[in-house]
Write a protein that binds this ligand. Structure first.
Ligand code: SF4
Length: 240
């Protein structure tokens, strides 16, 4: 069967960095041996963003932070040391839906990763190809402390789409206990389950202090608590 013609746009990814092996630092797979592809670009601008190099020209020299890699480049990198878990993160990976779908399909075909996770803000719906290839979406809807307006950060149709995929977990970045009420409203409105609460912070003392603050209130709501393992281990080092 002849495949449809593919443009360069469908063969090339705009990437910030690839790294690994390391550990998945957040969410349900915390501690797993993992490789990361961090894609360039984000349409949002969270005040506390921990990866500004993917999109924020006021904090980073973006010309130095982006490179174009082909699908074959990424496949060769993975083939050199096959991944147990591949995490596709950003930025916002779903800004490059067609090439990401093709990449994930090729990784599945060649069995280059046991599991694939996509980390997304939950504001762009995934394509069917992406949904069928991933093991899980780690969806992180932003709360008001992100500095974004509600219509920018909460897209009801996208949240429902991701929830209907049966592959989404909902990971909320939290700074203060009041944030838990905001999460509860979203959970009740959109039927989000399961919930993971993760402290905001890019140094180990902030992460640990916020985890201790959150532990009992999160248990009381029957939710899950995530650490930021990479921050506890390596502080704010890039590529870990
Ligand atoms: S959605 Fe993620 S990458 Fe984009 S600005 Fe917010 S935290 Fe940063």
């Amino acid at each position: 069967m002849k495949l449809p013609a593919v443009s360069d746009v469908d063969r090339e990814l705009v990437v910030n960095e690839t790294f690994g092996p390391t550990f998945q630092g957040e969410g349900p797979s915390t501690g797993r041996y993992a490789h990361f592809v961090r894609l360039f670009g984000c349409h949002l601008s969270c005040i506390w963003c921990d990866s500004p190099q993917t999109h924020d020209a006021t904090r980073c020299d973006l010309a130095d932070e982006q490179r174009v890699l082909s699908i074959e480049d990424i496949l060769s990198w993975l083939a050199a040391g096959p991944a147990d878990l591949l995490v596709v993160t950003g930025g916002e990976p779903l800004l490059q839906p067609h090439v990401v779908g093709r990449l994930l399909g090729a990784i599945r075909e060649r069995a280059l990763a046991t599991d694939i996770e996509i980390e997304t803000s939950g504001t762009i719906a995934p394509t069917d190809m992406i949904t069928s290839a991933v093991t899980r979406f780690n969806v992180s809807p932003k709360l008001s402390h992100s500095g974004l307006r509600r219509h920018q950060r909460i897209r009801p149709a996208v949240l429902r789409d991701l929830a209907d995929s049966g592959k989404a977990v909902w990971k909320f970045v939290v700074q203060a206990l009041d944030d838990l009420d905001e999460i509860q409203e979203l959970v009740d409105t959109y039927g989000l389950h399961p919930v993971w609460v993760m402290p905001e912070g890019t140094d180990s003392s902030t992460v640990l202090a916020r985890m201790r603050m959150l532990a009992d209130p999160v248990l009381a709501r029957r939710w899950n608590l995530s650490t930021r393992l990479h921050t506890l281990l390596w502080e704010n080092d890039r590529g870990r």
